[in-house]
Design a protein around this ligand. Structure first.
Ligand code: NAD
Length: 260
């Protein structure tokens, strides 16, 4: 389905981004991996994707908090592969604290990585995608792009902003062959959430298992985590012809979180 197409997945050395990159590679897309981590581990993942799915996979270490560098990543990819068809804005970080104690530096980092990086990437990719008359932009927002929780001022602000950006870009690209949508996951058990499970376990003096159950019970009526593979499948659907008329909107994969 995606043979000959080129996809950038930001923050794809771990968690949801890696799940999405593998799913797109499985469908034949060449992949640009991005994110931080151990050099050898990343190389193992990169070469593993090439071997397993018979596609080209490159790794780019761009720091998503640097807007200019994000713009360069788009140019470098087009230079290297000759095209760019799919941009998945996935890189994201979390930090929790009450608003009056929220460190300004954390606020800035979360806004830069979770929101502004998508703006810079989209701004650079759209002219190229419009020229091709085909493009898919998928922003990995969150249930926190639609509703709020305490102690997540920067994250909720960034993810609501990302949903807003998605709507604007959906409108601006409508009819051009380019679509822009946001995916809104509930809890997915990745390193980002593992830390929050650790915090609950430490705070309440309970096991990881109980802490994970508490985390789910508070928000996710299905009482089960969504998986990176399921997120990958949703992005693949948005890249399919069935989704040609889906743009400027959100898809929730949250076990019922935002239905309450
Ligand atoms: P994760 O911590 O497992 O992965 C985050 C990825 O982003 C990693 O590859 C990391 O190296 C990369 N990254 C972090 N800072 C970066 C930077 N400055 N430049 C480049 N790469 C950077 O987290 P995850 O849970 O897979 O989260 C992925 C996305 O999904 C995030 O945007 C997150 O907000 C969103 N999300 C996650 C959940 C969840 O429950 N895990 C729920 C809703 C939304």
């Amino acid at each position: 389905m995606l043979k000959g197409k080129v996809a950038i997945v930001t923050g794809s050395t771990s968690g949801i981004g890696l799940g999405i990159a593998k799913e797109l590679a499985k469908l034949g897309a060449d992949i640009v991996l991005n994110g931080f981590g151990n050099e050898n581990e990343i190389e193992k993942v990169r070469s593993g994707i090439e071997r397993e799915y018979g596609v080209r996979a490159a790794y780019d270490a761009t720091d998503m908090s640097d807007g200019e560098a994000v713009r360069q990543l788009i140019g470098t990819t087009i230079g290297r592969f000759g095209r760019l068809d799919i941009l998945v804005n996935n890189a994201g970080i979390q930090f929790t604290a009450p608003v009056e104690q929220f460190p300004p530096a954390k606020w800035k980092a979360i806004l830069d990585i979770n929101l502004s990086a998508a703006f810079h990437g989209i701004a650079s990719a759209v002219p190229h995608m419009k020229k091709q008359r085909w493009g898919r932009i998928v922003n990995i927002a969150s249930a926190h792009g639609l509703v709020a929780s305490t102690h997540k001022a920067a994250y909720v602000a960034a993810k609501h902003g990302l949903v807003g950006l998605t709507k604007v870009v959906g409108l601006e690209t409508a009819g051009s062959g380019v679509t822009c949508n946001a995916v809104c996951p509930g809890w997915v058990r990745t390193p980002l959430v593992e830390k929050q499970i650790d915090d609950i376990a430490a705070e309440k003096g309970i096991s990881q298992k109980l802490a994970a159950e508490e985390l789910l019970a508070e928000k996710q009526p299905s009482l089960d985590f969504a998986s990176p593979e399921q997120l990958g499948g949703t992005v693949a659907f948005l890249c399919s012809a069935a989704a040609d008329q889906i743009t400027g909107t959100t898809i929730s994969i949250d076990g019922g979180w935002t239905a309450r």
